[in-house]
Design a protein around this ligand. Structure first.
Ligand code: FAD
Ligand code: SIN
Length: 610
């Protein structure tokens, strides 16, 4: 967008303020009405100098958005920004555990695994009950091997291949130390974006995508945490806002059977992108297709990766019996669990499975695994009939040695599960993946209801519908975000080049808040905790968000500290706590009592998270 158009843009933004519809992000959830009021007032007063310009705006710094940014810059893009509404990057991607599916890779070849693009497509379509868009599936499968190579090129680590449900062969790729895929990928993407000097504006929530009179993209309207309006004129937008698994209202709207289910998703998975696309009359696919993950601990909402079952674990019900082929697709396993007494079951494994997958260590650290030296001891500890559990394990060992599961037809049985000690974790299904979303073509270009394109608008990742049909196979979402994230970045680059090319960057991080990322991992229980401390003018109450063991956000929810003074303490103390995962951080001179109050409040909240 050329500078001359900026004043007109301000008027457009003021008009749009009347229809701002806020999503339920962490911040808006905390003080929605206050923020809404601030934004409406501030938007009406927006000054031309507050408006910004970039050639590509990427909405969402999860796996798809960050991949798109890296790809676009690698191709030559010079003026692009990433907006992220949460205080850290990563979205659901940082939670991804099991891995990334890819066919015909050198890592499969090294293990003698015979796979093909065709088989990958076939498994994906079958898993998705043929509701998937076959063209999108073809693209994903064809480019999956390159996706693995690309992740490794940018500093990631995908080299071990494992078995997952619904896959005919071992196809899921994970890090060499068998740890979770998401943290590895997000770390690599964060580092690459830093190296490429791509500005990522945190706590900046996109609310509208603006089109010109011809229906082509011309900008993004966003707000900062403080309610400051943010209008960026641009030529192309890549929508990468993820799914809506954490928006229970929306989940129930599309699938009422899921009322009351908990979720594996991060708080920011609220479907903002869907709302933005509804405004633009985009086309949608499969919105009612919402997946539950079968093995989630109901007390902590921690997901036991399918990799535990892939590497050997079985599922037993409250009477100690197996009841399903554990490596069936998630819809089938989830339903089978819901049909058991209490709608729960136990995931049971032995020491050899524990040794095969380092992701298991985090479950043990979180205290959601019970241990026994014998099957009987384990059964007693979890309240299951001991003779039956012993019998179930013995019978499974026979099936494993004979290579035939006479009970449920499970094909992959990695180990006999007879190496003590034995382990069990309680599980139940939880909302996990929203397969539905905006329609795209094989260039990641967003399509309208009538099938025509919205020029300049691209989308990738969980916000997109059609790739996974009625049921996503485990490991296919990370493939999806890398393949279509790259495509979106590449095609957005081409689009800008055709539209006059790139301009010099006018927005950079030096003008904005520094990104805050944890330097170390925390050791807390996931959840949202409140705490109170004594500030300069009275009590300060905070809400602390802990995700994957680490503090990822802190909000001051109630206080009477002095405006113009407390903000510096708020910003510095919270940033330091997130970076270091402790409250032993420096305060801000000139706001010492406020700093101490914030630290005391965070410490009180974290007491509850130990
Ligand atoms: P996300 O990673 O969720 O990123 C979207 C980002 O957009 C978020 O950071 C969000 O805060 C931001 N955002 C949203 N709205 C706005 C807005 N209005 N303005 C600015 N920013 C916004 N899949 C696999 O294939 N393999 C796995 O092993 C695997 N494990 C998983 C484990 C868990 C616990 C979960 C929850 C999912 C798992 N998945 C896995 C699924 C997979 O992780 C996700 O589908 C995928 O990472 C989504 O990537 P994304 O980039 O589309 O969205
Ligand atoms: C898991 O590791 O079980 C989750 C994988 C996925 O959702 O693809």
């Amino acid at each position: 967008m050329k500078k001359g158009k900026l004043i007109g843009f301000a008027a457009m933004v003021a008009a749009a303020a009347a229809v701002i519809a806020f999503s339920g992000s962490f911040h808006t959830r905390l003080n929605k009405s206050e923020k809404e009021k601030n934004v409406q007032e501030a938007v009406a007063e927006v000054e031309p100098e507050k408006e910004k310009q970039a050639d590509i705006v990427i909405i969402g710094a999860g796996g798809a958005g960050m991949t798109a940014a890296v790809e676009a810059v690698q191709k030559g893009a010079t003026n692009l920004v990433v907006l992220e509404k949460m205080p850290i990057t990563g979205g659901n991607t940082v939670r991804a555990t099991g891995g990334l599916n890819a066919a015909e890779t050198p890592y499969q070849a090294a293990e003698g695994i015979e796979d093909s693009i065709e088989l990958f497509v076939e498994d994906t379509m079958k898993g998705g009950k043929n509701l998937n868009d076959p063209e999108l599936v073809q693209v994903m499968a064809e480019q999956s091997g390159e996706a693995v190579a690309w992740v490794n090129e940018i500093g990631g680590d995908l080299s071990v291949v494992g078995q997952f449900g619904g896959a005919s062969v071992k196809r899921i790729h994970r890090p060499s130390d068998t740890s979770a895929v998401g943290p590895m990928l997000v770390k690599a993407l964060n580092a690459k974006l830093k190296e490429l000097e791509v500005p990522v504006f945190l706590e900046t929530e996109a609310v509208h995508i603006l089109l010109d009179e011809k229906g082509a993209v011309q900008g993004v309207q966003a707000v900062t945490k403080g309610g400051e309006p943010y209008t960026i004129s641009c030529k192309a937008v890549i929508l990468a806002t993820g799914g809506f698994g954490a928006n229970s209202e929306m989940v129930v709207r599309y699938k009422k059977e899921l009322d009351g289910f908990f979720t594996t998703n991060h708080l920011g998975a609220t479907g903002d992108g869907i709302a933005m696309m509804e405004e633009l009359k985009a086309g949608f696919a499969d919105m009612d297709q919402i997946q539950t993950h079968p093995t989630v601990n109901p007390d902590t909402t921690t997901m036991y990766t399918e990799g535990v079952r892939g590497n050997g674990a079985i599922l037993v019900n409250q009477t100690g019996h197996r009841f399903v082929n554990e490596l069936e697709t998630r819809d089938i396993v989830s339903e089978a669990i819901l049909n058991q007494e209490g709608g729960t079951c136990f995931i049971v494994f032995d020491q050899s499975v524990r040794e095969s997958l380092s992701a298991i260590e985090s479950y043990i650290e979180k205290g959601i695994i019970t241990q026994g030296n014998t099957p009987e001891e384990l059964a007693e500890a979890i309240g299951v009939d001991k003779d039956q559990l012993k019998k179930t394990l013995e019978q499974y060992a026979v099936f494993q040695s004979e290579g035939i599961d006479a009970e449920f037809g499970r094909e992959s049985m990695e180990v006999p599960m007879n190496k003590p000690p034995y382990y069990a974790g309680l599980c139940a299904p939880a909302v996990h993946h929203t397969m539905g979303g905006v329609k795209i073509d094989t260039d990641s270009q967003v399509l309208k209801e009538d099938g025509s394109k919205i020029p300049g608008l691209f989308a990738a990742g969980e916000v997109v519908g059609g790739v996974h049909g009625a049921n996503r196979l485990g490991g296919n979402a990370v493939t999806d975000i890398v393949v279509f994230g790259r495509l979106a970045g590449s095609r957005a680059y081409d689009y800008v080049m055709e539209d006059g090319g790139f301009t010099e960057a006018t927005m950079n991080l030096a003008q904005e808040e520094e990104a805050v990322e944890p330097e170390v991992k925390g050791n807390y229980k996931d959840g949202t905790y409140t705490g109170t401390g004594k500030g300069n003018n009275g009590d300060i109450t905070v809400e602390v968000l802990v995700e994957s063991g680490s503090v990822t956000a802190v909000n001051l929810t109630d206080h009477a500290e002095t405006p113009g003074i407390y903000e510096a303490a708020e910003k510095a103390v919270i940033a330091s706590v997130i970076k270091t995962q402790t409250v032993s951080v420096d305060g801000v001179s000139g706001a010492t009592r406020t700093s101490d109050g914030i630290k005391e409040a965070i410490a009180a909240a974290l007491e509850k998270a130990k």
